[in-house]
Design a protein around this ligand. Structure first.
Ligand SMILES: [Ca+2]
Ligand SMILES: [Ca+2]
Ligand SMILES: [Ca+2]
Length: 314
């Protein structure tokens, strides 16, 4: 788990979340975490928490894929058999809503239960499976991003959805995993019982950031076109200590007057201050380095630029 700025340290929370480490085998014996070959993430039940499908390799009766349902962001529960997606001995899988009904479906290679039955003939015939999701109860929203020539599907772009439960981020990825499988490049978000996001921010690969206006509806795929660059620029974000636990923070750039500024003062991705000028004073509860981000927006188009700085507060 990424603990956030300014240090961006990671903490291994696996053992406490229902996925304990499994000992690997010895010489010539394959078992445990050694068998894991891939993980693909998607919110198959649209509850707002990303779930994980993990594949395992080798022709062994226990080398089967695992579907981990994310239970409220607190732990994972393995539901592969109940969901009907347990396959054996495979490297890869991908999530995509192939029938466009709003529920992510799953494509996976692998033998089905033959290995458990000891069926020698079937064991030799791995198949490509297309598992249709019968439908999830929660709301959903999806974004289909289009960039300029050269990167038409907007690879690298990120969408952040703020819901009542918190922030969710997805990135347009290309050829992920050990064998380059490709999830649906359209970014899918489960929304649970929420009928509309609080806000949606798109970070285009070319450096532009865009708040979607009006806030888009759930239950639809929204096609987004990369906007044109706003008529201002940011050279840097600066911070300077003002007094004990207080700092002055300002944007340097050109044509900055008349923009709207959103400030994330604790590096958690959510903006807690808004200003009409590119300079603020902020107080902090304790000393230490702070990761601070600003989003400067053109008021008409809600398209803008972001910058960050680490401020030493003391
Ligand atoms: Ca989920
Ligand atoms: Ca579907
Ligand atoms: Ca914040």
């Amino acid at each position: 788990m990424n603990l956030g700025g300014p240090g961006f340290r990671f903490e291994d929370r696996r053992a406490g979340m229902g996925v304990p480490p499994r000992p690997v085998g010895g010489q010539g014996e394959y078992k445990g975490d050694e068998l894991w070959s891939n993980v693909v993430c998607g919110d198959f039940d649209n509850d707002g928490f990303a779930d994980a499908f993990v594949t395992q390799i080798y022709d062994l009766p226990y080398a089967h894929a695992l579907l981990y349902r994310n239970v409220g962001g607190a732990r994972f529960q393995e539901v592969g058999v109940a969901a009907g997606v347990r396959v054996f001995n495979t490297y890869g899988a991908a999530w995509a809503d192939f029938d466009d009904d709003g529920s992510l479906d799953l494509a996976a290679m692998g033998q089905d239960g033959a290995n458990e039955r000891g069926d020698k003939e079937a064991k030799l015939k791995p198949r490509l499976h297309l598992f249709r999701n019968p439908g999830a109860a929660g709301n959903w929203i999806r974004f289909d991003l289009r960039s300029a020539a050269g990167n038409r599907i907007a690879a690298g772009a990120q969408v952040v959805v703020k819901s009542c439960a918190g922030l969710m981020a997805r990135q347009v990825e290309i050829g992920t995993g050990s064998h380059g499988q490709q999830n649906d490049p359209r970014l899918h978000f489960g929304m649970g019982a929420e009928s509309r996001p609080v806000w949606v921010l798109v970070r285009w690969g070319g450096g532009l950031s865009q708040f979607l206006k009006p806030t888009p509806e759930t239950g639809r795929t929204h096609v987004l076109i990369e906007p044109v660059r706003p008529a201002f620029s940011i050279a840097a974000l600066r911070a300077e200590r003002k007094s004990s636990l207080e700092a002055e923070i300002w944007v340097e750039g050109t044509n900055l007057e008349g923009r709207a500024y959103l400030w994330d003062l604790d590096g958690n991705g959510a903006f807690e201050r808004v200003s009409g000028v590119p300079r603020i004073e902020a107080g902090f509860p304790s000393p230490g380095p702070r990761f601070i981000r600003v989003l400067a927006l053109d008021r008409e188009t809600a398209v803008g630029l972001e910058a960050c700085v680490v401020a030493d507060v003391y």
